[in-house]
Design a protein around this ligand. Sequence first.
Ligand SMILES: [Zn+2]
Ligand SMILES: [Zn+2]
Length: 652
Amino acid sequence: MPLFMVEQKITITFPDGAEREYIKGTTALDIAKSISEGLAKKVLAAEINGQVWDATSPVDNSSSLKLLTWEDNNGKNTFWHSSAHLMAEAIEHIFPGVKFWVGPPVDNGFYYDVDLGDRSISEEDMRKVEVKMAELAKQNNSYIRKEISKPEAVQYFAEKGDEYKLDLLQGLYDGEITFYTQGQFTDLCRGPHIPHTGYIKAVKLTNIAGAYWKGDEKNKQLTRIYGVSFPSQKQLDEYLIMLEEAKKRDHRKLGKELGIFTMDDDVGQGLILWLPNGTVIIEELEKLAKETESEGGYKRVVTPHIAKESMYLTSGHLPYYADSMYPPMEMEGEKYYLRAMNCPHHHKIYAALPKSYRDLPYRIAEYGTVYRYEQSGELFGLMRVRCLHMNDAHIYCTREQFADEFRAVNEMYLKYFNIFGVDKYVMRLSLHSPEKLGVKYVNEPELWKDTEEMVRKVLIESNIPYVEVQDEAAFYGPKIDVQIYSVIGREFTLATNQVDFSQGRSFKLEYTTEDNKTETPLIIHRAPLGTHERFIGFLLEHYAGKLPLWLAPVQVKILPISDKFVDYAKTVLDQLKKLDIRAEIDDRSEKIGKKIRDTELMRVPYMLVIGEKEVSQNQVAVRRQGKGDMGAKGVNEFVKEIAAEIKERRGE
Ligand SMILES: [Zn+2]
Ligand SMILES: [Zn+2]
């Protein structure tokens, strides 16, 4: 035996590649403290070798480490999951004997499914729970992890009388069961959790809903209690203001008021009927996409909405994606599926004629209609639907061409963000995990390394804000999810941009190289404008329904003060129509004040008021939505000006 133990050192590698030595058993929180106290206060959890752990758990081996804060999705999720535990503790104080099912983090906060017995929870109870949570949070109670044997775990919940947790335990075995305790509350939980409750500075319970146990309507209905929490009161206040604003801008409300879209029970849930005003927006978006893609060297194609089973077996959508597809139709002894993706059809177009290196990059685009099965409970306005129109395209290129092609795709995203006034966006670069090659990811270590490096380089060079996530790539290559934020700060995941070095092989896509060899092209899948459904939902919120002139279904409304001026109004209308400007006359015998108000409600960008003076001077009195009276203008001058505004797709 040595007289004294030499402290063992481990090497920690940080995301920027920097390495530092620490004593074995150091926690991520200690490491944060060694960098700065300020940072340590913000650390919620840690990603160690790509897996999320408690920031307080000891690190025993040399590892890569990423400290997770509120800015990281995994940090935020850990915070919200810990808040769910805190809420459970508070609920138990107020409803002794309550039983708990599960309490995960969700997109905007967290929930817990609880069985209150024959009690119910009132608005007043919710406020009581919030107060109790604040009180418990201030106690700075640590979230303590404990590994526990199955018999002990079963005994604990049997004594507590919580049959739901006992049910969860049934599927677990010794060695994989952990408890987390904070204050008076212990939960069966895999974790991870934040260091202590004191991080939770502001809480709001947002909603209550019924939820069948295990999602099965034959089971008992539990109470799902939703909440949201933040590391500061200021963030909660801002969030609540944003929610209020989002309610006013709700795309379902605006979609109805402005005649954009509707749904009908006979057609089916999640199947959008685009009304004439919505169709105008769709056509303008497609026009923009077609122009942009044509400049970018894309060619357009048109493909059917269905295909035979065999194609989806080749693509791997069957059986892996079957849950998201509609059941097949049988015809002439064959099974046909409604397509959930456009890619396979496009691959077949690539394969239709032999290709040589001179044909690459080969870029084909289509506003493709796809059908996805979403559970009826998941459907939501334009955001979750069953029929989607996707701004799709596929680029087939050589490895040498890849970086330039990928850069051009990113530039296209940025061009669109600029047009739509999207100032805040983040790209999430999802990478593979080397340990899972051949299982979760195509076994091509070199290609993964190369393409990931190329993608990263393009993002850095283009100065695009991005975050990297390990182990979330697509099966066939790295993936970039693009998240954009509306003017009120709500996040929308719009589109993905994916690199694919596998489908080309599955579909036996080939090209002849300069020295007469046969190679498989790389494929880029991209859809910068996402789907019409989600993008128009986003635009309605983003602009609060006041679409920029070029997108507005009606661009100009002509308002004669009385019937006497309708003829003159018609001559103005003709001039506008000649330049394809979408204009209408309001010839109702209403007072001009009412005509103006109604037009404003429809968010029409320009109103032209016409009375005696305008007729005699061949003018129009211009009113701009949101700006009011802009004075009188000659008809020609006005027409010329707005034609330019439309052509340039100017925002406000
Ligand atoms: Zn938990
Ligand atoms: Zn695709």
